[in-house]
Design a protein around this ligand. Structure first.
Ligand code: IMP
Ligand code: MG
Length: 196
């Protein structure tokens, strides 16, 4: 994955994308408010449950950290990791599990937590994957539902924000592994990738 072409694309893209080109799409305050609302809704829905929160690395790490602190319930947390986009802003079209969960989900209520849903392939794959481990239920919480390129319909049980299009970064979302630490969500300008 990290071959010469990867780094060439990364450098070209990075030179084109400067902080001043980025447009704020979701502010820090909006994120905090919505994450609190989602956490409260989840706590209500799972009141009697046996909740396992599974974050999808790397993008969901910040969202998971904030979300679980708004869910006033006993719960356990684990992570899976999927193959990443590399330096491109369009999906490789192939979904691959790189890191499995380490806790037992048989008979438990699973809540999959994702940063952003694009084609839907990642979540469709993981939902089946976890159901096959005999989870009692598998629901999905996504910070952002990006609608323009959906290929696989997958029901989203909790959604933070809906966005029509564009490539977003910040609050865990990356472009070539950059910008994850930005506290707000930004839209990259279209010229930051030849593929948009
Ligand atoms: P899907 O399988 O096409 O739904 O892809 C979902 C994954 O693609 C997410 O977990 C993100 O890692 C990545 N992704 C999709 N759109 C964006 C974006 O706008 N910014 C950053 N990552 C994205
Ligand atoms: Mg991701």
């Amino acid at each position: 994955m990290y071959d010469e072409a990867y780094f060439t694309r990364w450098i070209i893209s990075f030179e084109r994308v400067t902080m001043s080109d980025k447009k704020v799409v979701i502010s820090r305050a909006e994120i905090a408010k919505r994450v609190k609302e989602l956490g409260e809704a989840i706590a209500r829905d799972y009141a009697a449950g046996d909740l396992v929160v599974i974050g999808i690395l790397n993008g969901a790490f910040i969202f998971v950290a904030d979300l679980v602190r708004e869910i006033a319930l006993p719960l356990v947390i684990d992570f899976v990791r999927m193959a990443s986009y590399g330096a491109s802003t369009s999906s490789a079209g192939e979904v691959r599990l790189i890191k499995d969960i380490e806790i037992e989900v048989g008979g438990k209520d699973v809540l999959l937590v994702e940063d952003i849903v694009d084609t839907g392939q990642t979540l469709a794959y993981l939902k089946n994957f976890l159901a096959a481990k005999n989870a009692r239920s598998v629901k999905i919480c996504a910070l952002i539902d990006k609608k323009e390129r959906r290929e696989t319909e997958v029901p989203l049980d909790y959604v933070g924000f809906e966005v029509e299009a564009g490539f977003l970064v910040g609050y865990g979302l990356d472009f070539a592994e950059l910008y994850r630490n930005d506290p707000e969500v930004y839209r990259l300008p279209d010229n930051s990738s030849g593929e948009q």
